[in-house]
Design a protein around this ligand. Sequence first.
Ligand SMILES: [Zn+2]
Ligand SMILES: [Zn+2]
Length: 381
Amino acid sequence: MEIRGYLQRVYQELHAHPELSQEEVQTAQYVEAELRRMGFSVWTQVGGHGVVGVLDLGGPGLTLALRCDMDALPIKEETGVPFASRNPGVMHACGHDSHMTVVLGTCLFAAQNKEELKGRLVAVFQPAEETVGGAQGMIEDGLFDQFPPDRLVGVHNLPSLPVGCLGLQAGPITANADSFRAVFHGAGGHGALPHRTKDAIAMAAAGVQNAFAVTQRRTEANYPQVLSFGIIQGGTSFNIIPEKVVLEGTVRTVRNEDQEQMISLLHQAFGSAAGLYGGTYELEYSKGVPAVVNDEQVVRELAQFFASQIPEIKVVSEGLASLIGEDVSLFLQQVPGVLLYIGSGQEGAVNELHNPRFVVPQECLNTGWKALTSIVKGYLG
Ligand SMILES: [Zn+2]
Ligand SMILES: [Zn+2]
């Protein structure tokens, strides 16, 4: 099948030339050239190096948007494949190369079958997914004002799902991915004379324990929520009680009410810890990307397309939710749609995104292409 060769060629080319978030210059040029060759109108520099391809099909109909991400990671590749990264220290370790590949392959299908299809296909190549901000930038540049879609389907490979399978689940499947920074202010002094200080280390230690305890005991267990600290910083010497200690961490929730409750609980946890030792605290809480919530009706529509057109492909519809962050959620807040997972796990391989030995298997490209073309035929056929 000719398409398999195309997918392989595009994937290997993109994999060999990864670029970091907000630096996707060559990637954007490559995508633009492919789309133009297929006859798409192309809009570049959308929200940074984002590229949008638009193809008007044989007659009036729906507008379907397909979204993929373009950026790679600051990881030194150790896969040993012949098409490994030629950009030292940068690697497509999250499989965004495979996402672009299946969307380009689907664009080729639409271009070759233009007269039998109707409506409009909008291919959205989003930059800066890893650092977050790419989706927001594209929206601010008027992505949906120019080409308002009726449906949007984003894709991501998923190594916890075996290759050859698809993952399609209604409702929330990623988390509100937030960060916070807390500073405990005390009064420094000699380690031998703690009673003359306000011990910021004691405050931070109590703050961590309070936060873990209270977020376990006062949140609703039916809805997943996670609090983790990633930084604890303070002090200069073994016998000096420091003036201040800084904590930083992340909070993951699925529902907005849980997010608000977490903020309130952090204030209480840190406030009581600071108060106990006579100090004060400050908390800066930054809401990150919202949770991806897959639209129930769109999930039903896709499930039906898959069942009728690609019944040989297994579709997993539960157990896919995790507390990662994905900024396709910003698109899905504006357009009914889903984030579709494409299985990329193989027995005996490293099945971990962001790992220097992670490679997307060829079969994942074929499955992804079959899924997206069946969606194109379903909505635009
Ligand atoms: Zn990633
Ligand atoms: Zn990713």
